[in-house]
Design a protein around this ligand. Structure first.
Ligand code: MUC
Ligand code: MG
Length: 367
């Protein structure tokens, strides 16, 4: 089964509520839908969410690199020969979202060809994951109200709180208010997106420890090598590398260098193939993982739950699977939904989802 074409469709869907965090903010999902076509009539699909403030990609760069470099290189290649595909993609540095979308679309094709869900192909551990909701910067009362709404409407009890503002008191007040409002049974963890220095982070961690925080993510820059190592050594909870460890090699270096003790896996940047390499490496080295969110829409969220639910170690912690709830629209024929704090892997071969042409028509920007 040969790849015949790779189609890119840029689209834009506004958020009903922008997500703000220490390294940026997102008001509109300006993503690229990637479709890989084959000579046997099967088409695989995946989403590429460019994050200029993290990886340097834009909607135009994703479309450009696929049209100008990847599609010409991959056309004619066996759609099931992922090692060959990755050898070709590897000739170009960077472009993680563009490469990952192609990788996941190829897994979608493999699943459809075999009549199996990709989650079964990857490992088949479970049919669902517990959901963690990410709370962006806002006033404490608005963040607690959002957390309560998520708990009361969707049964979500795990929250990742964006921190990294100055003064740190702003974020510490939020965490205290959340603990007070949600009680002891809620799980809280924090993500600083490198907003603080190592010393500021250490001071914040001392206060957060009393609030029963379970993970600390990217509180300070990993490039401040010694400060970061010192912080990670004294952290009372696993210290998660996210944007500082975006490839299997960076993950290894980060763990061995003492820049992190846990890893955020985002299928939007490592696809399924490299996410598995990251996961298995983490298992071998004894590092925990958390399934992260690249501010994904429903298609991206499906990819995260398909991967996360596939393995015992990636589904041990709740996955960040809920930020699509803040989008004003979506592309899937059957919307996904969170119930009792969990999200199910869609039924059916491949990724188990289909794109609604009418919805895509509404949001696409190329026509
Ligand atoms: C996170 O975990 O940092 C913010 C930007 C992005 O790409 O992901 C988020 C969440
Ligand atoms: Mg993060």
């Amino acid at each position: 089964m040969k790849i015949t074409a790779i189609e890119t469709v840029p689209y834009a869907i506004p958020y009903t509520k922008p997500l703000r965090f220490a390294s940026g903010e997102v008001h509109t999902a300006e993503h690229v839908l990637v479709r890989v076509h084959t000579d046997e009539g099967l088409t695989g699909v995946a989403d590429a969410p460019p994050r200029p403030f993290t990886y340097g990609e834009t909607q135009a760069s994703v479309t450009g690199v696929i049209e100008k470099i990847f599609a010409p290189q991959l056309t004619g290649t066996n759609a099931l020969a992922r090692e060959q595909v990755h050898a070709l993609l590897h000739r170009t540095v960077g472009n993680p979202a563009a490469k990952s979308a192609i990788d996941m679309a190829l897994w979608d094709i493999a699943g459809q060809a075999l009549g199996l869900n990709v989650s079964t192909l990857l490992g088949g551990w479970s049919d669902r994951m517990r959901v963690a909701h990410m709370l962006g910067f806002d006033a404490p009362e608005r963040m607690t109200a959002e957390a309560e709404r998520m708990r009361d409407t969707y049964g979500i009890t795990v929250f990742k709180v964006k921190v990294g503002r100055r003064p740190a008191r702003l974020d510490l007040d939020v965490c205290r208010a959340l603990r007070e409002v949600l009680g002891a049974e809620a799980e809280l963890y924090v993500d600083g997106n490198r907003g603080w220095t190592a010393s500021e982070s250490a001071a914040a961690l001392r206060e957060l420890d009393g609030l029963g925080i379970t993970l600390a993510e990217e509180l300070c820059p990993a490039d401040d090598v010694l400060g970061r190592r010192r912080l990670v050594r004294q952290s009372p909870v696993p210290f998660v590398a996210d944007e500082s460890a975006t490839t299997p090699a960076e993950v290894t270096r980060s763990l061995l260098d003492g820049a992190a003790t846990a890893i955020s896996i985002k299928t939007a940047r490592t696809g399924f193939t490299h996410s598995q390499r990251v996961l298995f490496q983490c298992e071998g080295l004894g590092a925990e993982v958390v399934m992260g969110n690249q501010i994904d829409g429903q298609l991206g969220t499906v990819c995260t739950v398909v991967f996360g639910a596939a393995h015992a170690s990636s589904s041990r912690r709740a996955g960040e699977l809920s930020n699509f709830l803040d989008m004003s629209g979506d592309l899937l024929t059957e919307p996904i939904s969170i119930t009792d704090g969990t999200l199910a892997v869609p039924d059916g071969p491949g990724l188990g989802v289909a794109i609604d042409p009418e919805k895509l028509g509404r949001y696409r920007q190329d026509r």
